[in-house]
Design a protein around this ligand. Structure first.
Ligand SMILES: NC(=O)C1=CN([C@@H]2O[C@H](COP(=O)(O)OP(=O)(O)OC[C@H]3O[C@@H](n4cnc5c(N)ncnc54)[C@H](O)[C@@H]3O)[C@@H](O)[C@H]2O)C=CC1
Ligand SMILES: O=C(O)[C@@H]1CCC=N1
Length: 276
């Protein structure tokens, strides 16, 4: 990173769903395509991304040489071959940012040159529309300026919080996977519309705008969700009949169990790499 170019060159290693969301979000946030790079194992995928965004696809050694920040965005199951490629070429001054669910910073520190700064991030896919929720944690060698660089990068694509790394598996289960739970709920509510005889297009409009409105109320009023729900729930009205069914079917308990299972899976993904 030069004085004149205070913004680091960022290389995304593995441009799948979340890698693309980051590249696209950074472009929308005002970064130049010239300051971004990516690597991708499938040539058709790289060609498509270069065509869409005008960003250069390269190989791992070139990314390691040209970029100030290397963002690892491959599946946790694909990390080992990437670390094998990266270890001989990465400069110990280069900031390595991992978006991988479950993988601890200690894995990168063990496999990459001594002293390399690593920051673990758990983002989510609303990054694609500038509404990501990302949680960041420093590894052993990450200094305040490294966290600031990551915060600056991610605040272009959404909100950022700092958490201790010990909380990252729980964060992964909450906000990393979180959008999927909301999509699941929306999908089920649209099905309910179909059950009640509402045309699909109308049901989609009703439910999606209700989701947008509810999210906006949470953000803009800052009220506790219980207060907002109570305001919808009239005595002997319609909403309380629905709430009774949700409680009867154990929806609250199901969410607690589901999120705990996701947290456990994140832990397992990390443990699978402990032997390496
Ligand atoms: N999808 C999501 O909602 C979120 C995903 N993550 C994490 O982000 C990471 C990526 O997830 P997705 O984007 O969903 O997966 P994905 O499978 O869509 O993307 C991974 C990409 O990496 C490429 N790749 C794999 N090995 C490579 C290598 N050695 N060199 C170059 N390219 C390589 C694959 O071809 C693929 O395009 C995972 O570790 C996941 O845990 C984190 C938060 C949310
Ligand atoms: O399902 C997964 O493993 C990834 C991590 C968080 C969201 N998607």
């Amino acid at each position: 990173m030069t004085e004149a170019n205070a913004r680091p060159t960022i290389a995304v290693l593995g441009a799948g769903k979340i890698g693309e969301a980051l590249l696209s979000g950074l472009l929308h946030g005002g970064r130049s395509a010239d300051d971004l790079l990516f690597t991708e194992r499938y040539p058709e995928r790289s060609a498509e991304l270069t065509k869409t965004y005008g960003i250069r696809c390269t190989d791992v050694p070139t990314a390691a040489k040209d970029a100030d920040v290397l963002v690892v965005a491959v599946k946790p199951q694909d990390i080992e071959p990437l670390l094998d490629e990266l270890a001989p070429v990465v400069d110990p001054e280069t900031l390595v940012v991992s978006l991988c669910a479950g993988l601890p910073t200690s894995l990168f520190e063990r496999r990459l040159p001594a002293g390399v700064p690593v920051v673990r991030v758990m983002p989510n896919t609303p990054m694609l529309v500038g509404e990501a929720m990302s949680a960041i944690s420093p590894g052993k060698h990450a200094r305040p300026e490294h966290l600031a660089t990551v915060e600056d990068m991610l605040s272009a694509v959404g909100k950022v919080v700092r958490v201790p790394e010990s909380q990252q598996d729980a964060v992964t289960a909450l906000s990393g996977s979180g959008p999927a739970y909301f999509f699941f709920l929306v999908e089920a509510m649209i099905d309910a519309g179909i059950l009640l005889g509402i045309p699909r297009a109308v049901a989609e409009k009703l439910i999606i705008q209700s989701a947008v409105g509810a999210a906006a109320m949470l953000v803009e009023t800052g009220e506790h969700p219980v207060i907002l729900r109570e305001a919808v729930t009239s005595p002997a009205g319609t909403t309380i009949m629905a709430i009774r069914e949700l409680e009867n079917h154990g929806v609250r308990a199901a969410l607690l169990a589901a999120i705990e299972a996701a947290r456990d899976r994140s832990r397992e993904l990390g443990a699978e790499h402990e032997a390496h």
